[in-house]
Design a protein around this ligand. Structure first.
Ligand SMILES: Cc1cc2nc3c(=O)[nH]c(=O)nc-3n(C[C@H](O)[C@H](O)[C@H](O)COP(=O)(O)OP(=O)(O)OC[C@H]3O[C@@H](n4cnc5c(N)ncnc54)[C@H](O)[C@@H]3O)c2cc1C
Length: 463
């Protein structure tokens, strides 16, 4: 009788090859026997996907090199884990392979959420995360037949960037959100006014305050029904339903949030919340030697201390760094999500961090807000552009709890400075005392730093 095949054992197995999995491999690959398991041919730079559609970069540019994992000494295993036996400390792949682990990290990310509305399985209804989604959309924009129509559901950063990309290729584009303003998790309505105007001016149909109730069509999507009674009908149904090779000339893309990709975990001993696998500050799960990080976990806001959304690469990577150090025996803690994030709407660079005013109110804070309008360079300089800032503070403690920037130039430097202030529990008073730099090409006059001015406005209000 042939001897039973020996199951390979790793000191650490990481399920998932996204930013979290790659960070773990980079930090631990040369320190222990580790394997990263992921199904896809290439890990991807998701943030850059809209720019493939717009034609700025090729699809290949969004593929991350496998060497990011393997150069550290980690093994990269192509495969889909479809079962974990926590008691036996082993993982089973869909191709029948099995591996044993001493420690396991689940970093399986998230998948787009498509609401359970009627018609969600019609042809032409899709989401935007995988290479197949990207290829399908790219192909769609390159088809010769016109008109092509797209409805994007969700005006968060992904939906907004995708809408601009599709519009740029000549697709008749409609953007819908159930909230009353765009980018609702990033900026408050009054900060969204100018960017929304620019979407409309560029020809994007923007419908706010309406939820998709149903999708209809026989086999292919033909209309989108909203809860305000409006129906978006796709035109030219007779002539352009599908072209000869069966591809559509109309699509509905859901970019309405993400759900943790954890359906392959069946064992009820692993504690799971609405937002994903529940972990403590050390990224430990409810099962010994099993950790989780990145988009597949549920975690808390670093401000409120309560469970909060935070499915961003800029959260996944720091979580994986904390976990890497803990696996090496340190005792690091992840403080929580602050959600500094940025996007672009045509000429406007937009960013937000911490809580918006409306999220702060939902979390029970009484707030005072401060605004400033300035320019990105000395106003006498030829390329000076408008810069708007909004700060949100907690009236009781004076703590800064949120900040938003809308500007004609990139904003991530200002957003990161504000995040640093929020992370360190700075008060508006300390922000008003900020020691800053100024130069004609790079800032307003020395006398008027926009962040300081917004902080001063808050101080004046609470005097
Ligand atoms: C279009 C788009 C734009 C974005 N833009 C930004 C941005 O500008 N800034 C930002 O911070 N974030 C952005 N994000 C979010 C960001 O990409 C995610 O937060 C980040 O990728 C999360 O990293 P992760 O490693 O936790 O999960 P993921 O990157 O989702 O990786 C999960 C990995 O696990 C694998 N996996 C899942 N199930 C299994 C299984 N059963 N077996 C084996 N492997 C499995 C997946 O195949 C994948 O390799 C964007 C996302 C999208 C879709």
């Amino acid at each position: 009788m042939p001897a039973p095949e020996k199951i390979e054992r790793y000191e650490l197995i990481v399920i998932g090859g996204g930013p979290a999995g790659i960070t773990l491999a980079k930090n631990l690959g040369n320190k222990m026997k580790i394997a990263v398991i992921r199904p896809e041919e290439h890990s991807m730079i998701y943030c850059a996907m809209p720019y493939v559609i717009e034609g700025f970069i090729s699809i290949e540019k969004t593929f991350k090199k496998d060497e990011l994992v393997t150069d550290s000494g980690a093994d990269l295993i192509r495969g889909q884990v479809n079962e974990i036996d926590f008691a036996a400390k082993s993982v089973m792949l869909s191709d029948g392979k099995q591996f044993k682990y001493n420690k396991l990290v689940i970093a399986s990310g998230a998948i787009p959420f498509i609401p359970l509305v009627e018609g969600r399985n019609l042809n032409g209804v899709m989401s935007f995360k995988t290479v197949d989604d990207l290829k399908a959309l790219k192909e769609f924009t390159e088809k010769k037949e016109n008109p092509k129509q797209a409805v994007i559901v969700g005006a968060g950063a992904i939906g907004i960037e995708l809408a601009q990309a599709l519009n740029a290729t000549g697709v008749v584009t409609t953007l819908i959100d159930m909230e009353k303003s765009i980018l609702p998790a990033m900026i408050d309505p009054e900060m969204a006014d100018l960017p929304t105007e620019s979407l409309i001016k560029k020809g994007i149909h923007v419908i706010l305050g309406a939820k998709v109730k149903a999708l209809s069509g026989s086999e292919f999507i033909s209309s989108v029904h909203l809860d305000n009674g409006k129906v978006i009908e796709f035109e030219n149904l007779d002539s352009c339903t599908v072209d000869s090779d069966g591809r559509l000339n109309r699509i509905v893309v859901f970019s309405a949030g993400m759900l943790p990709d954890i359906s392959f975990i069946k064992d009820k001993n692993l504690e799971i919340g609405k937002g994903g696998i529940i972990v403590n500050e050390k990224m430990e799960t409810s099962i010994k030697d099993v950790y989780a990080c990145g988009d597949c976990v549920e975690f808390k806001s670093g401000i409120t201390g309560k469970t909060a959304p935070g499915k961003l690469a800029t959260n996944a990577v720091p979580m994986a760094k904390v976990l890497s150090r803990n696996i090496m025996g340190e005792n690091r803690k992840y403080a929580g999500f602050f959600n500094g994030a940025a996007t672009r709407v045509y000429d406007f660079f937009i960013g937000g961090t911490g809580l918006t005013e409306s999220l702060a109110h939902k979390a029970g804070y009484k707030t005072v807000t401060g605004y400033s309008r300035s320019t990105t360079q000395f106003p006498i300089m030829p390329d000076a552009k408008t810069l708007d800032i909004k700060l949100i503070s907690d009236i009781e403690t004076g703590r800064l709890i949120g900040g938003q920037v809308v500007s004609g130039e990139p904003v991530t430097d200002k957003i990161d400075l504000l995040t640093f202030a929020i992370q360190n529990e700075s008060t508006v008073k300390t922000l008003a005392e900020l020691s800053y730099s100024a130069q004609p090409f790079q800032s307003f006059f020395p006398a008027a730093n926009a962040l300081v001015m917004a902080a001063e406005e808050i101080l004046n209000k609470i005097k």
